[in-house]
Design a protein around this ligand. Structure first.
Ligand SMILES: O=c1ccn([C@@H]2O[C@H](COP(=O)(O)O)[C@@H](O)[C@H]2O)c(=O)[nH]1
Length: 273
């Protein structure tokens, strides 16, 4: 996907909402378990109910891999459903991959070509040759972990390596990689106060920001420190939206939560223009 399509979606929907499809059969409404493919049935209902306020969907692959081949088939059906019915909505495979070059090439082929996602998340720990194979794909984006939302982010990412913190080195160094214009970065909403400095290093790149809602991050702070004139943000909420209700009204409840977040986003987006 061209980034302009994403910008147009943001403008049209007045939203930077990314809905996380972290579908767990222990949490979906019981009646769906009678369906042939309960994971896909759940995802389809959530997508149908939320797409009008959503600019990106992010299935976390762990929730599909946990169910083996059936889970992988549900993931494939979900991405096909999105590509067939909502081709202008950005898709993210949250898989956090990255390996030696030839292996990374296979991961990239799996997520970009076979599954057909617009983007995949990657971990930068193995360096340039582990990420450039993803960046080689035209029309696709690689979303690299920079400063994550979890408490363990302080174990390594904020530690100094020489004069700068590791996450800053990751941001700075990655700018010199081939096709770096195809990079986006993950920064947790729980680390919003770091966003002003992050924006000095990567003023234009899109940020995928998880951690609002269930993890306690503040959307207001994300906009305050991390927004650019064009927004350049995707704010993710998974559990807060998809498990808003565990009853038959789960899709309506998800829509209500998504709309609530979109209204908050619209207020911030108006202030940017
Ligand atoms: O730093 C990170 C990177 C990825 N995630 C993922 O985002 C969602 C968040 O889910 P919520 O239910 O909205 O908390 C989930 O898939 C994580 O694996 C993250 O939270 N933080």
């Amino acid at each position: 996907m061209d980034a302009n399509i994403l910008f147009e979606q943001i403008k049209k929907k007045q939203s930077v909402l990314c809905v996380g499809l972290d579908t767990d059969l222990e949490k979906v409404p019981q009646h769906l378990l009678l369906e042939e493919d309960p994971i896909f049935a759940f995802n389809k209902a959530i997508i149908d109910a939320t797409h009008h306020v959503t600019v990106a969907y992010k299935p976390n692959t762990a929730f599909y891999e946990a169910y083996g081949i059936k889970g992988w088939q549900s993931l494939k059906k979900t991405i096909n459903y999105l590509n067939d019915n909502h081709p202008d909505i950005f898709t993210i495979a949250d898989a956090k991959r990255g390996d030696i070059g030839n292996t990374s090439s296979r991961y990239a082929k799996a997520f970009f070509e076979d599954l057909g996602f617009d983007s995949v998340t990657t971990a930068p720990y193995m360096g340039k040759d582990s990420i450039e194979p993803f960046l080689a794909f035209e029309g696709k984006f690689t979303i690299m972990l920079a400063l994550t939302s979890n408490p363990g982010a302080f174990d390594f990412q904020t530690q100094k390596v020489g004069a700068a913190e590791l996450y800053k080195k990751v941001l700075e160094t990655s700018k010199s990689w081939e096709n770096s214009e195809r990079l986006m970065y993950v920064v947790g909403a729980t680390k919003a106060e770091y966003l002003a400095e992050i924006r000095q290093i990567i003023p234009k790149a899109f940020l995928l920001v998880p951690g609002v809602g269930a993890q306690g991050g503040s959307m207001d702070d994300v906009f305050k420190y991390g927004a650019t004139e064009t927004a350049g943000l995707l704010i993710n909420s998974s559990r807060g939206i998809i498990y808003a209700s565990a009853e038959k009204d789960f899709a309506e409840a998800a829509a209500a939560e998504a709309e609530k977040l979109q209204r908050q986003m619209a207020v911030h987006l108006k202030q940017l223009n």
